[in-house]
Each structure stands twice: as structure tokens, then as C-alpha cells.
Design a protein around this ligand. Structure first.
Ligand SMILES: C[S@@+](CC[C@H](N)C(=O)[O-])C[C@H]1O[C@@H](n2cnc3c(N)ncnc32)[C@H](O)[C@@H]1O
Length: 259
């Protein structure tokens, strides 16, 4: 049995898929882990997006990542944090904008790894009803948190929390000023489109944009990203991230010197 797709990975055997499945879904009954891993692998195999080369360590020996017990459902994975840090380094980032603070753990990890970076991060205020429709999974991860993980830590001096609905937030003070935009707010088509437009307004010409939740389980994200005609995008293996690279980074990618 093979899963054939349009992706760069071509066809894979059941043994490959089962191995990937068990790594991806380390908990739960064996059969459902296998089934979910096989569906994930089939999604990847059919993706039209090419993969970025795996992020290199850019000369760094250490990476600060969230402790396993601190990671909540909805937080970025450790591989995802590593990729965000590598991209921030590739853009020589001074400013990052995150849409979707949640518990602040990813903002904290980015600030801890990137001591010269300032992070602006946007989330809904506690009682605001979002203006646009939400995806089903968004209800589970709406942050109504009274505090964020970075509060009280030295990194907090470089993190600015903004409260608002991304559909109404005034992004204009950030226009063309952000090196790395991380889009991880609501995941309905309407919000991904709204936040994608905001990201392209904020990002510097040589910056980068990263979307989370490129997954079969969050169908509006791949649907919207696949529909961005003429916008070169890459996915990042072993994560749910998709990346757009600005001009200089694209040239480096083609020359094999991105990382
Ligand atoms: C998946 S969590 C973000 C996880 C976080 N970026 C991380 O890496 O750990 C999604 C966040 O987006 C926020 N959110 C949802 N809709 C939003 C909106 N319309 N405007 C701003 N934030 C929104 C939610 O409250 C939630 O905290």
C-alpha cells in the first residue's frame, strides 16, 4: 500500500507511515495513533508546498525551550520554537509580532533565545466576542488568561502585550517594521485571511511570515494558504509551520545559504 501525492516526498510505504505515525502520536491506543499518523502523512504527501531545508543551529550550541510540563495544548511545539528562533536569526530580527499570545510561552521562549529582539504580541481581551466566525478548534484555545508566562521575568521588558480582536486591531503602527510575523490567532478562513493580510502589511521586505496549524485538522489554514496565488510558501517538516520568505531570504534559500 502506498500513499502517493503531489508533494516532494512522493510515495511512502506503510512501514514508513507507521513509523512516522508512532513518533507523531506518542500517546493513546495504538490503532488510533497509527490511523492519525497515517492521515497526517497522507496530508503531507499531498501538500503542494515544498519543504524548507531543516533549520540549522546557526552557530548556537544551546536553545532555550519550554519545559515539557509547561507546554499546554495550543502552544507551539519544541521543533516549532526552534524553527521560529532560526528564522528570527536568519532575518537578523529586531522585532517580532505574534498574533495569538495564548499563555505567552512562545513569546517567552523567543525572548529568551533572542536577547536583542522586541516582541509585540496580540490576543483577545477577556470579555471580547470575536467579530469574525471562529473555527471549531479555536473555542478550545481562546486565551482568557489573567497572566502570561513571561510576567515577572526579565524577558518581559522586551515583550509588549496588545489586547484586541485582530479583525479590528490597528496594525498601521507596525507597517513595514516587523522582521518576523508569527500568525497563530483564530483559525477560521475569515481570520486566517484577515491575519495574513495584516502580516503582509507589517513584514519588512526582507523579513519572514510564519503560519501555525498547517494541518488536516485545521482545514481552513491549508485551504487559505493553498489559495494564495503567486505567493511562494514552504512548509517545515516535523512542524505545522508554513513560511513565507522575503526577497533576500528567498535568494539565500535558492543559493542554499538560508541557514
Ligand atoms: C493557538 S493559541 C496561540 C498559541 C501561541 N501563539 C503559542 O505559540 O503558544 C491561539 C490564540 O489566539 C487568540 N485569538 C483567537 N482569536 C483572536 C483574535 N480574533 N484576535 C486576537 N487573538 C485571537 C486566542 O485567544 C489564543 O490565545
Amino acid at each position: 500500500v502506498v500513499v502517493a501525492g503531489r508533494g516532494r516526498r512522493g510515495a511512502r510505504t506503510v512501514r514508513d507511515l507507521a513509523r512516522v505515525a508512532l513518533v507523531r502520536a506518542p500517546r493513546g491506543p495504538l490503532l488510533s495513533r497509527l490511523a492519525s499518523g497515517i492521515l497526517d502523512a497522507a496530508f503531507e504527501a499531498s501538500s503542494p508546498l515544498p519543504c524548507l531545508p531543516p533549520p540549522a543551529s546557526a552557530g548556537r550550541d544551546l536553545l532555550v525551550v519550554p519545559a515539557p510540563g509547561a507546554v499546554a495544548p495550543g502552544n507551539q511545539s519544541i521543533e516549532g520554537v526552534a524553527c521560529l528562533v532560526a528564522l528570527a536569526e536568519a532575518t537578523r530580527a529586531e522585532r517580532i509580532f505574534e498574533i495569538g499570545t495564548y499563555n505567552g510561552l512562545t513569546a517567552l521562549a523567543l525572548a529568551a533565545n533572542l536577547p536583542h529582539v522586541r516582541i509585540d504580541t496580540l490576543d483577545l481581551p477577556p470579555d471580547l466576542v470575536p467579530e469574525l466566525p471562529l473555527a471549531e478548534s479555536d473555542e478550545l484555545h481562546l486565551s482568557r488568561a489573567a497572566s502570561r508566562r513571561y510576567e515577572g521575568r526579565p524577558e518581559a521588558d522586551r515583550i509588549t502585550q496588545h489586547l484586541g480582536d485582530s479583525a479590528r486591531f490597528d496594525f498601521s503602527p507596525f507597517a513595514g517594521a516587523i522582521d518576523l510575523v508569527y500568525v497563530d490567532g483564530a483559525h477560521s478562513r475569515e481570520y486566517v485571511e484577515n491575519d495574513t493580510n495584516a502580516a503582509f502589511r507589517m513584514v519588512k521586505p526582507d523579513g519572514a511570515i510564519v503560519w501555525d496549524d498547517y494541518s488536516r485538522l485545521v482545514p481552513d489554514v491549508p485551504a487559505l494558504l493553498h489559495g494564495l496565488a503567486g505567493v511562494p510558501l514552504h512548509r517545515v517538516r516535523s512542524t505545522r509551520l508554513v513560511v513565507w520568505l522575503g526577497g533576500e531570504l528567498r535568494r539565500r534559500l535558492q543559493a542554499g545559504t538560508l541557514w
